[in-house]
Design a protein. Sequence first.
Length: 301
Amino acid sequence: MPPRVTALAISLLALAGCANHVRFSDEVRQRETRVVTHAATRIEMREAVIAQPFAELALSADEVLQVRSRETLVHLDEETPWRPLNELWEVPTGLVTAPFFVALRASDKLFLGLIPDAFIEDGTDYGFAALNPALNVESDARVRGREISRRSRELERDEERKSRTLGGTELSLSLGQGRSERVLTDAQGRARVELLALVDGAPKSSPRVLRIEVPGDGVRAPAVLERPLARQMSARLLRGAQVRAALRKAGASPDAVAQALLQLDALGFSESALALEHELRARQGANAAWLARLDLALDDP
């Protein structure tokens, strides 16, 4: 046979190669879906009236979930995909096994039917499949399933309620009409903010109400909570804001700064005092004498 004809014949066989059907099977797949249909934001605080110099709160979400359980029956055609290289050894094997099992079937009567029919039929099928260059023999190691059809049905539908913490959630806090401070909750959904950090400048009147706002997210609704401040705490906030504003003015002596920082500590605003100290030290960074005098005044108030 000329080389071109041989090459053409091999190419046609490669194009005509098909998968060898092994069996049909049914596969049952179950899937459960949980979808949040409604969620309410919960803001929790220990104090109904805030008497401490800081606000501690916890965020959580009360969720309603729709739980659906579905079963899908998938009808598969399991087959051995055709691989051209396998024909290099399958065809020669078929040239031997196909005639052998055909002859064995014909001579089975001489053995009084002692040879099992299943053995002869499996061997004959194997031989002719191996002899066919467009078909590989069955191989359980290479079987793949091809979906033919599927049917689904719902097994169960239910509602579930649960509560989860809102870790890493942004919220806004403000005192009265003052500016809002944005903070993030920790992994447990908790946040702690010193109240003086929410006071902008030196207000003329004492703040009376702490307002907390949590934005919504998807199906979770936003939430707002207001808590009144105790009268004594309102007065301390006003005094702390005035002391802080005075310290930020240029020309304050180290002794006056030290006394003011200690006063902020006494009012309960130690975090604001520390932040203000760092701010003033950074401003006087090149004035070694001023910083030394401040250290001495803080060590010996």
